[in-house]
Design a protein around this ligand. Structure first.
Ligand code: LMR
Length: 397
């Protein structure tokens, strides 16, 4: 059976994670995989999560199945968190949702639903986008295309090019995949004004928004990071949303995600939800319980919620502080564009204008691990190694 089987390479992010783990140099700096690290380089379990787990451990009464669309309290709480509890789409029951196995499970479930309703549509993704977007969505059987997004010279968003390209290339009924905030891999987000323009632009051209919200709360703040999502829902009668609790609740391995279809009516929402359940059933049967149970516990308990909000603020502000420090350290001749970009960008990532050879030199000569694309996760740095990081970046340029 397995005679002809050939090994397959890991994806670049996973491969870099392994390379860094194997490097025994004590001064190594891991700016690879997108996990938050504290000042001592640890990815700790949040206190709010630990407390919720202790309570949940005492209160949990069963391990029976959660059902194909998972924990619906969790879905409701997550939607209220992102949209605001009094959002009309919530009060009108126009959202069909399912708990998923992480944000990746959500993206796949969403793609499978799109394959049912729009099998001929193209899903347009930004250039660049998160590497796993392409296999997750295209292997659901959907065609994918790319629109211009990040300019590797200005290190900002080429918004006019993006609009122009979509105008000329996307057809009515096509889908545009958008990073709701903290763009992965570039950290370069659309401004509120750009969301304000993009939403009606897409509506006029019959382009459907599929929003990936994996880092909300870690960019500028909850309201700011969900602005684009809420703008799209305000303008478009239908939106697809894939969200994750991996980063903002630091629940990475608990695989805690959400897929939600914002529809035109409560009836359609129920239909979309039944589709999510049926599709999830054939893919993985049902999502795991633990992460969603913990998130619900936190969001429903005033004390835990307060602790979580302040932990989220701390993570975000630490990253903003590191951005500021790195920006100052790069603000020398040759580093000006990077200095500006690193300060202005959001979330864990920035993509520096480095070649794969330069990224390799950072690894071999400086024990600094970032993606060959130049993507770095700022949370992997700390105040004391930032001067060395900046020097090394400027050295390999
Ligand atoms: C990343 O982009 O590094 C994270 O989202 C982790 C992953 O699964 O790729």
């Amino acid at each position: 059976m397995f005679e002809a089987l050939q090994p397959r390479p890991n994806d670049a992010i996973m491969e870099l994670m392994q390379k860094c783990k194997a490097d025994e140099r004590e001064h190594k700096i891991d700016l690879g995989v997108g996990v938050y690290k504290d000042a001592s380089g640890q990815t700790v379990i949040l206190k709010s999560v630990k407390l919720a787990e202790e309570m949940w451990g005492r209160e949990e009464t069963t391990k029976t199945y959660v059902g194909t669309t998972g924990n619906q309290d969790y879905c409701a709480d997550m939607l209220a968190l992102m949209l605001g509890a009094d959002h009309p789409a919530i009060s009108e029951g126009r959202i069909g949702a399912s708990q998923t196995a992480g944000g990746s499970g959500a993206l796949r479930l969403g793609a499978e639903l799109l394959k049912v309703v729009a099998p001929e549509a193209t899903v347009w993704a930004s250039t660049p986008t998160w590497a796993n977007h392409i296999p997750l969505i295209s292997e659901a059987g959907l065609r994918m295309g790319s629109y211009p997004y990040y300019n590797r010279e200005t290190l900002g968003v080429d918004f006019e090019d993006m609009l122009d390209y979509l105008d000329k290339n996307a057809k009515r009924g096509d889908i545009v995949l958008l990073h709701g905030c903290c763009h992965n891999p570039t950290g370069a987000d659309l401004s509120p004004e750009e969301w304000d323009r993009l939403a009606p632009f897409m509506l006029e051209r019959g382009l459907f928004p599929y929003i990936d919200l994996a880092y909300f709360g870690l960019g500028r703040g909850m309201a700011e990071d969900t602005y684009g999502l809420r703008k799209m829902i305000e303008v478009h009668p239908e939106v697809l949303l894939a969200a994750s609790c991996s980063k903002n609740f630091a629940l990475y391995r608990e695989r805690t995600g959400l897929i939600a279809a914002i529809t035109k009516s409560a009836e359609k929402a129920q239909i979309a939800q039944s589709q999510f359940g049926a599709i999830q059933r054939k893919l993985i049967s049902m999502p795991p319980d633990h992460g969603a149970a913990i998130v619900t516990r936190i969001l429903r308990d005033e004390n835990l919620r307060g602790i979580w909000e302040s932990e989220l603020d701390d993570m975000r502000e630490r990253m903003r502080g590191l951005r500021q420090l790195l920006s100052e350290a790069l603000d020398v001749q040759g580093g000006e564009a990077m200095s500006r970009a690193v300060k202005d960008q959001n979330g864990m990532f920035s993509t520096l204008p480095l070649s794969p050879a330069q990224a390799e030199r950072l690894r071999s000569e400086h024990a600094i691990y970032m993606m060959n694309s130049g993507r770095m996760n700022i949370a992997g740095a700390n105040a004391s190694n930032i001067p060395r990081l900046a020097e090394a970046i400027l050295d390999v340029l």
